[in-house]
Structures are given as structure tokens and as C-alpha cells.
Design a protein around this ligand. Structure first.
Ligand code: PSU
Ligand code: MN
Length: 310
């Protein structure tokens, strides 16, 4: 059982106790995915988007070894601005706690902790997945295997276009993680509206996602994750030509600089933000805010459904 801290008497504790909607948020996008100083402002805006849609935000992260579900503003500020904040996947949580580290939780770690805390919906930007060249490097995000065993709905804009999207979808199928397009049958490509792959299923409303979640529980087959893939509208995506150029450049730099392991994703995201002179940042922020809004509406629909069927 994961040990974590939920501030007693705080809004997250109260909402969980009363069965009101809560949305988990990750901190790796804040500490490692978004450039400073915008990251703190965006982190607060994400929480605000969840609130505006009627749910309570619970940003998850580690502060001085304490795994916190529902960071307060001082803790969020610390993870957004301090030096040496570790990037924590599931395997890092215990050692980070035991050594008193500050750390930001990835999709994998956030999902695991959120589910253990009883939170059923999580919003992020894009999932990790299978990296290009994975056939040689074996670089596949722990996000995938963690979602195979973690009961949570993750709202995202697909996986980052820096990845091998086709291979990622194949792995999600193998791992038993359902992928629902939100008002689309095409899998989104994070910065891009369409990553070029069809989906088997699409849902049209938060209520329909809540129906799916309820059906899983009713069937007793709900030990894994559910991905709700929410694409940006085409007129809000990053210019595809600029995207392709930037990606080619970024991948070349990655090889030249010998970047590997968990540094790969932050490196490529930082390259995008610098090389597009902020255009990718603006798109990234829109993605996260839209996902936070949808996740909150799903959490509201799920809470309402539970309340009426209880
Ligand atoms: N999506 C973003 N920005 C990010 C990430 C995802 O828009 O910073 C982070 C998430 O925390 C995700 C992690 O879990 O990158 C994946 O890292 P890796 O590929 O090393 O597993
Ligand atoms: Mn990796």
C-alpha cells in the first residue's frame, strides 16, 4: 500500500470522504515538462480549470520525502522552482521518500498514487510511450505497464509525437488498456490533432465515460487504466510543418548529445519549447487545460452516477 499524505481537513480529504469529484494532476509536467517561469503559473491554471468545471484538483508530488496528494500552493511553488527536484516514476517513490527527496511524479507514479488514494480520474498532457529506436534501446515509458495494473481514467492528448505512436498503441492493446477517442476515431498526437492512427472506440460525453467506468466495475474487470484521448481542435494544433522540422532536429540533437533514459522526454520537450519560440509551449498549455476541464467533467459525471445508483 502506498503511503501518502492528504492534508487533514483540506479540500481533497473532504471531497474524497464525501464522494465529491476529484481530479489527480501530475507534477512532472510542472517540474520537468514546462519551462520556467511559466510552469508555476500554468500549474495553478490547471488546478483552476479543474475547479471551474466543478471538481477538486489534487496535484501529486513529493516534498522532502513526503508523498503528498493535493499539494498546497507553497509545495507546488517549491516543486516548480527548486533545483534538484527528481523525476519520480513508480520505482523511485520509496527510495525518494526514504532519502527525504523532493520529487515530481510522472504519469506512472501519479496514477499509482492517485488510485491508491481512491481517485478515479487523472488529467495530463500526453502519456509516455514507446520511444523511436526502442527496438534497439528498449526505451518504453513505465507509464504503459503501470496503466496496465492501475484502475484510473487518464485524460490526455494521446502520446507525445516524439514517440513511436504506432508501437505505443500496440503495447496498450497488449497490456489491456482501453483507448477511447473523445469525439474522434483518430488517435491524437499531442501537439498535433491527429497522429495518423484509427481508434476502435469513441465517446461523446463525460457521462458516456462515466458509463464505461461503471460498466467496468459492474463486470469486475477494472484493474487497469482507461485512456480518454482528447485531441486539440485542428486550428489550435502546432503547425505540422514546424512540428516535423523541430522533431527531426530534436531527435538529431538527442543522438549527438548522447541523451538517454529518463532525460529523453524533458530534453525533447525543452527543445520544442526553445526551437518553436514558445509556440509549442502555448499549444502544450492549451492541451493540459482542455484535458483538466474534460477530466473534471468526467469526475463530476462519475460522482453523480455513483450518488444516484448507491
Ligand atoms: N507529457 C507532457 N509533458 C511531460 C510528460 C508528459 O506533456 O513532461 C511527462 C509525464 O510525466 C510522463 C513522462 O509520465 O513525461 C514520461 O517520461 P518517460 O518517457 O521518461 O517515461
Ligand atoms: Mn524512458
Amino acid at each position: 500500500m502506498t503511503r501518502f499524505h492528504i492534508r487533514p481537513g483540506g479540500e481533497v480529504a473532504a471531497a474524497l470522504r464525501d464522494g465529491r469529484p476529484v481530479v489527480a494532476l501530475e507534477s512532472t509536467i510542472v517540474s520537468h515538462g514546462l519551462p520556467r517561469p511559466d510552469n508555476l503559473r500554468v500549474a495553478r491554471e490547471i488546478e483552476q480549470a479543474v475547479r471551474a468545471a466543478g471538481a477538486v484538483p489534487a496535484t501529486i508530488g513529493m516534498v522532502a520525502g513526503e508523498l503528498v496528494v493535493g499539494l498546497d500552493d507553497a509545495q507546488l511553488t517549491r516543486l516548480a522552482t527548486a533545483d534538484g527536484v527528481a523525476k519520480l516514476s513508480v520505482r523511485d517513490l520509496a527510495v525518494a521518500a526514504a532519502t527525504g527527496a523532493d520529487g515530481a511524479t510522472t504519469v506512472a507514479a501519479t496514477s499509482a498514487v492517485a488510485a491508491a488514494a481512491g481517485i478515479g480520474v487523472f488529467a495530463t498532457g500526453g502519456l509516455g510511450g514507446v520511444h523511436r529506436e526502442a527496438a534497439q534501446t528498449f526505451d518504453e515509458s513505465a507509464d504503459l505497464v503501470t496503466l496496465a495494473r492501475t484502475p484510473i481514467a487518464v485524460v490526455c492528448a494521446g502520446v507525445k509525437s516524439i514517440l513511436d505512436v504506432g508501437a505505443t498503441l500496440e503495447r496498450l492493446e497488449t497490456l489491456g488498456v482501453a483507448v477511447l477517442g473523445y469525439r474522434t476515431r483518430r488517435f491524437p498526437g499531442f501537439y498535433l490533432t491527429d497522429a495518423g492512427f484509427d481508434l476502435d472506440w469513441s465517446v461523446d460525453s463525460p457521462e458516456q465515460v462515466a458509463d464505461v467506468l461503471a460498466a467496468r466495475v459492474q463486470q469486475g474487470v477494472h484493474h487497469g487504466g482507461l485512456i480518454v484521448a482528447n485531441p486539440l481542435p485542428a486550428d489550435e494544433q502546432l503547425d505540422p510543418a514546424l512540428h516535423d522540422r523541430t522533431l527531426t532536429e530534436g531527435l538529431a540533437r538527442l543522438g549527438r548529445d548522447g541523451v538517454t533514459g529518463k532525460a529523453v522526454t524533458p530534453f525533447l520537450l525543452a527543445h520544442f519549447h526553445a526551437a518553436t519560440e514558445g509556440a509549442s509551449l502555448a499549444v502544450n498549455v492549451r492541451i493540459i487545460l482542455r484535458n483538466a476541464d474534460l477530466a473534471a467533467r468526467i469526475a463530476v459525471a462519475a460522482a453523480r452516477r455513483t450518488a444516484t445508483t448507491a
